[in-house]
Design a binder for this molecule. Structure first.
Ligand code: IDP
Ligand code: MG
Length: 141
């Protein structure tokens, strides 16, 4: 089934100059960007995005990290885009991520793990509208 998912190259990915590398992985694996922008979240905006994790011990540190520098936010389109993106990213903890995945290859630790990807159709929808309005989403074959 064709799906859309939200992808973020986190501040560590941007600092490490991995924008091109990450997008290349997506394109090579059938995930096509249909919307894209670079922005620097405020702490409040990062807290809003990660509201689902509010109350967890890592929430404050995570949202400080996510607002520590520019990020690249994208909507990716493709067959089973949500699951495929999660597969290319690898497990949350880079040490536990499969060999060859983005997080395994480039992530420093369980927090600073280079990329975000939606985990289900409902969260993909919520996350997409958090960042993009309908005029910013392109139609691509
Ligand atoms: P996911 O990004 O693989 O979906 P989630 O459990 O949704 O993982 O957590 C969101 C983000 O919060 C992670 O990508 C990571 O940056 C951070 N995070 C998750 N668990 C921990 C933790 O135990 N310590 C520190 N940061 C964490
Ligand atoms: Mg998640």
């Amino acid at each position: 089934m064709e799906e859309k998912t939200l992808s973020i190259i986190k501040p560590d990915g941007v600092r490490k100059n991995l924008i091109g590398e990450v997008i290349k992985r997506f394109e090579e694996n059938g995930l096509i960007p249909v919307a894209m922008k670079m922005l620097h979240l405020t702490k409040k905006e990062a807290e809003g995005f990660y509201a689902v994790h509010k109350g967890k011990p890592f929430y404050d540190s995570l949202t400080t990290f996510m607002s520590s520098g520019p990020i690249v936010v994208m909507i990716l389109k493709g067959e089973n885009a949500i699951e495929l993106n999660r597969k290319l990213m690898g497990a949350t903890n880079p040490e536990e991520a499969e060999e060859g995945t983005i997080r395994r290859q480039y992530g420093d630790n369980i927090e600073q793990n280079i990329v975000h990807g939606s985990d289900a159709p409902e969260t993909a929808e919520t996350e997409i509208v958090y960042f993009f309005n309908s005029l910013e989403v392109c139609s691509r074959p």
